[in-house]
Design a protein around this ligand. Structure first.
Ligand code: MIG
Length: 787
């Protein structure tokens, strides 16, 4: 074809039959605008603005855009003037953007002059019809991480992805797309890293060097703007901090939602639900949450109850509360078409539903039958939706909401026509944010009604979802590879700004083997959302369903989750304040260690500051794990390992390989049956001997209100200073009173602790097998323990 065209070049060109791509072209004029500069291009218009010295936004359109809009970024206005201009570059205090003018090309460099990333010299930004694409230069040694809830290996290099939120029941470990779309990634090469967030909600395509040449990668969309943020902070945590500065950070979750959560599709009646809750208490297996899947509704109609199967919901919820349980209920977006049904009548009267171009509401079949779908992109529809929870949910005492089917999913895998209209556009640009906007409606509504923290969970997601909801990874499979994939999904979601994430333990679409069940439950401790779920017709999945001796192990595992809650809660505070995820893929801390990008170790992650978790499948009884540089202790034995090497470690089913950083500090509490229990009032502060010092921020608040936003919390910096032989608890910050009146300091891996002083006064260290412990009264004043 090409040759023919060359021969007939004159004819082809002259007749204009063969439309070519349109390149951005030359820079014709540069204006200064609020927060940056505008570039008049031969075939387009570009703006470069900065939100901080490390956050730059590039917006390229065919003609000068009128409106500016984002579902993910609340504040699009650049506050402050960070960009300066020279003849051929823009620069901030941290980065420099070299500008090629003929044609328009951008190269991003750090302050040291290292190139972070650049437009591909041959292709750059172009249009083919409405399709807009940015081709970028790919370094020979470049790795890519993130891009939200995407399957496959940790390193995205060599893969391509489509963003198109999809109900992906029983998805394969390399299937794409699945439920969520977060077009944010980090590139790592040489000694540098950078981040890019392509804020386009359409069917975005990204190709990280898969089918392109060895030196190119691209992302693009079938329409809309080439609108991306470039993050030039010098470390991966800095890039995540900046990304979440733009798209928002997760609020503190209700403490109860961090306990063990038991779900099933479905507990069929009030009787069954209460019975399951009672068994947890009888067997002394801690738990905080039990779920109602779709069976609780009257003919699956949202905001109703099936009072035959679930009579007196309020009484049932009170009984659960009496046992220390919260109930979380599912909520689906489809509103059954049924005159006389309140949600339908109101939605119809007010014109709240998404519609066909002619104006008739769109109809699709879901659980209740034929349904209309609220246009969640409208603020008034979100407010209406949110208020609907009052009578059926919040007045009953429900504080947790599970947003399902919001891709949106139609039964039978049918597709909603992309022509269906919403306030902000057709489904073509709304599909990927439908779930985000539904989760937002549910969160904002229930937050207002409850006047405390709701727990909100969603299946579909887009960038910024962390502000409104936790995310779970949908209908996974009871297979080893799926358990491992699940952790890569959580880790990638974490890197992509969403810290509160979980997966169905131990697989949704069928029955797990006993070994897989045990392994998955023990791994689940290290998921921010610790939730067991399975589909209807599968075998029962509660922790006691796999035999008596295994039940004892399940109890130990869940006990351990509850002991770890002070550590997990403090990690949530970090996520809330800096965007740092709780599940951290190794490239976050060990960015330039090439081993961490290998598939063999790509599922390992740090859980909070000081734990290293090595997911091992249920068949591998001796595992090769990669321990990054530094020294590590096996959590279960205190055996010490030198890092920077692969270690072969026993991994029997009841001993998951988990390591603690030498010098690491981990606050724990006594075993409780649910988070509403007080426990023994002692904070167990574990420290593992290391050569290097460390510091840790302990955080506590009331666990359910928003008063922490006004500063009502208890925060304490804890320092381990081996050179000075001491541990220092700095003065506690904030007016909130800790619930721990006493502290037991537990030192692992150390000798010579026999003589200790506490604030200069002789104290007592007791040796108990491998550890020393020191008991002290807690006070808000500084405490120094010296040996
Ligand atoms: O069409 O509500 O992913 O967790 O149990 C299936 C029933 C609908 C899909 C969810 C799953 C839930 C199930 N739902």
């Amino acid at each position: 074809m090409k040759r023919v065209c060359l021969l007939l070049a004159g004819a082809c060109f002259g007749a204009g039959v063969h439309a070519q791509s349109v390149q951005a072209g030359k820079v014709q004029k540069i204006d200064s605008i609020e927060g940056g500069y505008a570039f008049h291009l031969e075939n387009g218009y570009a703006t470069i603005t900065a939100y901080s010295p490390t956050i730059v936004r590039i917006r390229i359109t065919r003609s000068r855009p009128e409106a500016d809009f984002s579902y993910a970024v609340d504040d699009l206005t650049p506050h402050g003037h960070y960009l300066k201009k020279t003849e051929d570059a823009l620069y901030t205090d941290s980065i420099r953007i070299a500008i090629g003018k003929s044609p328009f090309r951008l190269t991003f460099l750090n302050a040291q002059g290292d190139t972070l990333n650049s437009d591909d010299p041959d292709l750059g930004v172009s249009w083919e019809g409405d399709q807009v694409t940015s081709y970028r230069h790919m370094a020979m040694d470049e790795h890519f991480i993130g891009w939200g809830e995407k399957t496959g290996p940790l390193d995205r290099r060599g893969q391509s992805f489509v963003n198109w939120n999809t109900d992906a029941f029983g998805y394969g470990v390399n299937q794409d797309p699945i439920y969520g779309s977060i077009p944010f990634f980090i590139g790592v090469h040489g000694s540098v890293s950078y981040g890019i967030f392509f804020d386009n909600t359409r069917k975005v395509l990204a190709n990280f060097g898969g089918g392109v040449d060895d030196d190119k990668y691209y992302f693009g969309a079938p329409a809309g703007e080439m609108n991306y943020y470039f993050f030039g902070a010098s470390t991966v945590p800095g890039i995540i901090e900046d990304y979440t500065k733009m798209t928002g950070r997760a609020p503190m979750p209700p403490l109860w939602s961090l306990g063990y959560q038991q779900c099933r599709w479905g507990y069929m009646s009030r009787y069954e639900l209460l019975q399951v809750a009672e068994i947890f208490r009888q067997k002394k297996i801690p738990a905080d949450v039990i779920y109602c899947d779709i069976q609780y509704m009257d003919h699956y109609k949202v905001f109703t109850w099936d009072l035959q199967k679930f009579p007196d919901p309020k009484g049932m919820i009170d009984s659960l509360r009496g046992m220390g349980f919260d109930l979380v209920t599912i909520i689906d977006p489809g509103v059954k078409i049924e005159p006389g049904y309140k949600a339908y009548d109101e939605g119809t009267a007010k014109g709240y539903f998404a519609r066909y171009p002619g104006g008739k509401p769109y109809v699709g079949s879901v659980w209740p039958g034929r349904c209309n779908f609220p246009d969640f992109t409208r603020p008034d529809v979100r407010a209406w939706w949110g208020n609907n929870f009052k009578e059926s949910h919040t007045d009953m005492g429900i504080r947790g909401f599970w947003n399902d089917m919001n891709e949106p999913a139609i039964l039978g895998g049918k597709e909603v026509p992309t022509l269906v209209e919403f306030n902000t556009g057709t489904l073509a640009s709304v599909k990927n944010v439908f779930g985000l906007e539904m989760a937002r409606a549910t969160f904002e509504g229930t937050k207002k009604l409850l006047n405390q923290r709701p727990f909100n969970l969603t299946r579909a997601s887009y960038a910024g979802v962390q502000k409104y909801s936790a995310v779970w990874t949908g209908d996974n499979n009871p297979q080893d590879e799926h358990m491992l994939l699940g952790y890569r999904l959580l880790n990638s979601l974490g890197l992509s700004g969403v810290p509160f994430v979980g997966m169905d333990i131990a697989g949704f679409s069928g029955d797990a083997s006993p070994d897989l069940f045990l392994r998955w439950m023990s791994l689940g401790v290290y998921a921010p959302l610790y939730r067991n779920h399975t589909a209807i017709n599968n075998r029962y999945h509660e922790p006691w369903q796999y035999g008596e001796t295994n039940t004892d192990y399940m109890r130990q595992v869940i006990d351990w989750r509850y002991q770890l809650l002070p550590y997990i809660y403090s990690s949530f505070y970090q996520a809330h304040t800096s965007g740092m995820p709780i599940n951290r893929m190794l490239p976050i801390e060990y960015t330039h260690d090439t081993s961490v990008y290998k598939d063999a170790y790509g599922t390992e992650f740090e859980f909070g500051d000081n734990l290293l978790v090595c997911p091992v499948d249920s068949k591998t009884l001796v595992a090769a794990v990669y321990l990054p540089q530094g020294a590590w202790y096996r959590l279960s034995s205190d055996q010490r390992y030198e890092g920077g090497a692969v270690a072969y470690v026993p991994s029997p089913i009841k001993d998951l390989p988990v390591f603690v950083r030498a010098g690491g500090i981990i606050p724990e509490q006594s075993i409780i049956q649910n988070t509403k229990e007080a426990g023994d009032g002692t904070l167990y502060l574990h420290v593992w001997k290391g050569d290097r010092g460390s510091s840790y921020t302990y955080y506590e608040d009331d666990g359910q209100t928003y008063s922490y936003e006004q500063g009502n919390y208890y925060k304490r910096n804890i320092r381990y200073e081996p050179r000075d032989s001491r541990i220092v608890l700095d003065k506690a910050e904030g007016p909130y009173q800790t619930r721990f009146k006493r502290i037991r300091l537990v030192l692992h891996g150390a000798d010579g602790w026999d003589k200790v002083t506490i604030n200069g006064i002789a104290g007592q260290a007791t040796k108990d097998q491998k550890v020393y412990f020191v008991e002290l009264n807690n006070s808000n004043d500084p405490i120094t323990i010296q040996w």
